[in-house]
Design a protein around this ligand. Structure first.
Ligand code: 13P
Length: 251
């Protein structure tokens, strides 16, 4: 019922040439397949080049972050309108590296979600707990705050442009993956929250990706979990020989 959505977050990696080469390899590997949605989020400076490389491809191109301001004297920031103007399809918002390394707050995350939706972008809203928070048994509280604060004021109509990514911080880039059971519990909880905030119809439609050390060897078991609708992939999205088998997990 929900089409799988596999997205690659390239983070601060690659150079211009290798970003274009990766995009071309993905374009060729993904072809015209329509059984899954595929997205890539290159660094800002390579967005234009990757958009051109993927011009004739169904692969969506996204940013990894967006400014919480419209325009003006905000040195170093990139606005949602600029991304839309470039032809970008989506933006990741509230990634744990933004929250924990750069101190992004739930307020900022929420403002960014509004900025992106206002200009027609799709959003991948990231939520997830640290190891400390999991050990303190506050996973549900943390993801509830991330989700409810992140979506504050977002209309039911706009929810069809929102994807949620559950990314347990302890599983990102560590080689540790949440077990299918652990992921399933949180995904089910998140879907229930969306149902409470909106309604069952919206909760049934929204896609919830899992992120954290997703690899070709574990993607199928994660995707087999009923509430896991996709993956947000970091390290393994940088190599076509790893990302394409993730995209083709059903093959
Ligand atoms: P890794 O797949 O490298 O663990 O990164 C996950 C992630 O943060 C995707 O946004």
């Amino acid at each position: 019922m929900r089409k799988p959505y596999l997205a690659g977050n390239w983070k601060m990696n690659l150079d211009r040439r290798s970003a274009i080469e990766l995009a071309i390899a993905l374009r060729e590997g993904v072809g015209e397949r329509t059984d899954v949605d595929v997205g890539v989020a290159p660094p800002f400076v390579y967005l234009d080049a990757v958009l051109q490389a993927l011009d004739s491809s169904p692969i969506w191109v996204g940013a990894q972050n967006v400014a919480d301001q419209d325009s003006g004297a905000f040195t170093g920031e990139i606005s949602a309108a600029m991304l839309a103007d470039l032809g970008v399809d989506f933006t990741i918002i509230g990634h744990s590296e933004r929250r924990h390394v750069y101190g992004e707050t739930d307020d900022q995350v929420n403002t960014k979600v509004h900025r992106a939706l206002e200009v027609g972008l799709e959003v991948i809203l990231c939520v997830g707990e640290t190891l400390e928070e999991r050990e303190a048994k506050s996973t549900e509280k943390v993801v509830r705050t991330h989700l409810t604060r992140g979506l504050e004021g977002v209309s039911a109509d706009d929810m069809d442009r929102v994807t949620i990514a559950y990314e347990p911080v302890w599983a990102i880039g560590t080689g540790l993956t949440a077990t299918p059971e652990q992921a399933g519990e949180v995904h089910e909880y998140l879907r229930g929250l969306v149902s409470g905030l909106y309604d069952e119809g919206i909760a049934g439609k929204i896609r919830i990706q899992y992120g954290g050390s997703v690899k070709p060897g574990n993607v199928a078991e994660l995707m087999a979990v009923p509430d896991v609708d996709g993956a947000l992939v970091g390290g393994a999205s940088l190599q076509p020989e790893l990302f394409l088998p993730i995209v083709g997990f059903q093959d």
